[in-house]
Design a protein. Structure first.
Length: 240
């Protein structure tokens, strides 16, 4: 099971076709609320740090590319309390471009899962495939503060399938989510961490756990992406 990971553009005045007048000026996009810096701390190690001055998010997504405009690859979904990320052991003499995106959206209630003893089980795992099961529910917007709480997933259940497998199912109430996140928190951990990224309208999936995840708390989040940070850039050294 795969785990889980902009600049503002000035709007120009456009001449109207077929007449001598021009359109009214449009407002420029607001600057990103996240200010990102990338520091080369050794020839092949880059540390990212950022400040988010916008609406408090559920967390941040750190992404990288080897070209200024991408494509970008997710490095991780991080809790909102984390504001640095170390990208280590990189390819020498290579340009790396980074951006950080906030994500928002309501989460379900939590469920505690204790898996039975046993090693990794590689039997058929068709039950783990994310699916959308038809449900007769009225959906709400995750982005509208008036309806966001009503858009949270409900009726979350966790079924133990084997010593390292859990099947989740929930009621999908979100009309405009970019997707769903399966989030877990191990005993003693202060934060939930996203461990699986799902598409919109999904309401059942499975998780194959690691040996260190026998006991954990889980929740499902209907999420949407916020505005990206600036793109920060560093070029690694020769590694010597």
């Amino acid at each position: 099971m795969t785990r889980i990971h902009v600049l503002g553009v000035l709007v120009l005045l456009i001449a109207l076709a077929g007449c001598g007048s021009t359109s009214a000026p449009k407002s420029a996009d607001p600057p990103p609320s996240i200010q990102l810096t990338a520091t080369l701390v050794s020839p092949t190690n880059i540390t990212l740090s950022w400040h988010d001055g916008g609406t408090p998010p559920a967390g941040h997504i750190v992404e990288y590319a080897t070209a200024p405009n991408g494509p970008f690859t997710i490095l991780g979904f991080l809790p909102a309390s984390q504001t640095t990320y170390a990208h280590r052991d990189l390819m020498p003499t290579t340009a790396f471009y980074y951006r950080v995106r906030p994500f928002y959206g309501p989460a379900s209630h939590t469920v505690d899962v204790a898996l039975p003893p046993g090693a990794y089980n590689d039997q058929d795992q068709a039950w783990a495939t994310p699916r959308s099961v038809p449900q007769a529910v009225v959906k709400q917007s995750t982005r509208d503060p008036r309806t966001a709480s009503a858009a949270a997933p409900t009726n979350l259940t966790a079924t133990v399938m084997n010593p390292n497998g859990i099947k989740f199912a929930w009621t999908d109430h979100a009309s405009d989510a970019d997707g769903y996140l399966v989030e877990s928190k191990l005993a003693g951990s202060p934060d939930f961490n996203a461990i699986q990224l799902l598409g919109p309208d999904i309401n059942t999936c499975g998780v194959v756990t690691l040996p260190t995840e026998k006991n954990a708390t889980y929740q499902i989040r209907a999420f949407y992406y916020g505005q990206s940070s600036n793109v920060a850039h560093q070029t690694t050294g020769n590694g010597q």
